[in-house]
Design a protein around this ligand. Sequence first.
Ligand code: HAM
Length: 425
Amino acid sequence: MSATKIHAVKGMNDLLPEQSGLWQRIEESARRTFGLYGFAEIRTPLVENTALFVRGIGEETDVVGKEMYTFVDRGGESLTLRPEGTAGAVRSYVEHSRHAVDPIQKWFYIGPMFRAEAPQKGRYRQFHQIGAELFGVSEPGADIELIAVVHRLLSAVGVKNVVLRLNSLGDAESRPAYREALVKHFEPHAARLADTDRRRLDKNPLRLLDSKDPVTVEIARGAPSTLEYLSPASKAHFEAVCAGLTAIGIPFEVDPRIVRGLDYYTRTTFEFVATSGLGSQATVAGGGRYDAMVAELGGPATPAIGFALGLERLALLLEGESPQVERPPVLFLGVLGDAAALPALKLAEEVRARGLPVELTLKPTGIAKQFKRADRLKARFAAVLGDGELASGSVKLKAMGTGEESLVPLVELASHLARATTPES
Ligand code: HAM
């Protein structure tokens, strides 16, 4: 009888070695791009107090209302696996009084997030975000720079088919009038709304605009646009952001539907949406301003803006286009016979000490099989160490591309390979 297999948790995936090369390329590109704009890495815990997300993201959002992985820990505290990175970053900004160090802080993060959503292509329960938060600047320059980072990152990794959609949700001054207009629009249809959406109509009507309920979606089609209700200051801000993006050649579409699914947004919101390749989960990156959140979480009034990009979605977009990054060994070192095992191990270490990757045979087989493996791994050179080589003190080194062979003394193998692989050789 065989033991029952244990599977990965639904919606939580392994990243296999064949896929991780692409992820590493994306992450390296992101780090380089953030460096160009002066963003430094922040790593916050995967688990936070539940109250942080409830207060930070908003009780009426789908994320807080039905998607959080919340549990009571051994001390009786309610904890939650982070569903996104912004709330944790703000907590950290406040907790470490970063405003006193320098109110302008530019942070980026790369890591897993958790949401109990129904899994499908591009939507998972553990997924990964590359995100950034820029604290301390209310001027439109921050919005422009933040959007420019995302745009540069996407083009650096080779994404082509995405459009930038831009909107403004207004500020504390414009919100009440807009809220009233929304309620006026939805109220005549209240009886048809599902329970959750009827509650939203009372408590947080903006959330009706990202409801997935078909009845609400239909009614929302004719809803007034936030842009019609902007205060003069919010309007000027939005126009300056549009002008800045145009000035640096970043194309965008104004789309009053970009209300985003989280409560903390004020003024600018944006999404980069794939025009093909992702099906219904087409939003690759999203973000916006959240000028009230630092104060709401106990810090001094500090404007902020940020974004997050879904790594899985970006990888799906790039899978077809970019070849896997491979790091083939420079040397495949085969072993024949027990006596050669230790000397081969020492030789492999000598070559690795020069920074050259070596694949050493750990499980000796016939010579033909070993060369086959060298081929499969795309090794640049291959050599097999056996009794004969140990006795003569030299080994035949085969260049796998040309088949050319040269006899190299064992003591010179490392330096020979180092010379053979320097760029000018
Ligand atoms: P979000 O729109 O909830 O924003 O998520 C950002 C991106 O994460 C999405 O555009 C998508 O690519 C990816 N994503 C979200 N949920 C899933 C999922 N279940 N499976 C796969 N990918 C997913 C935020 O999280 C905000 N914290 C962004 C932000 C930062 N706003 C200001 N600062």
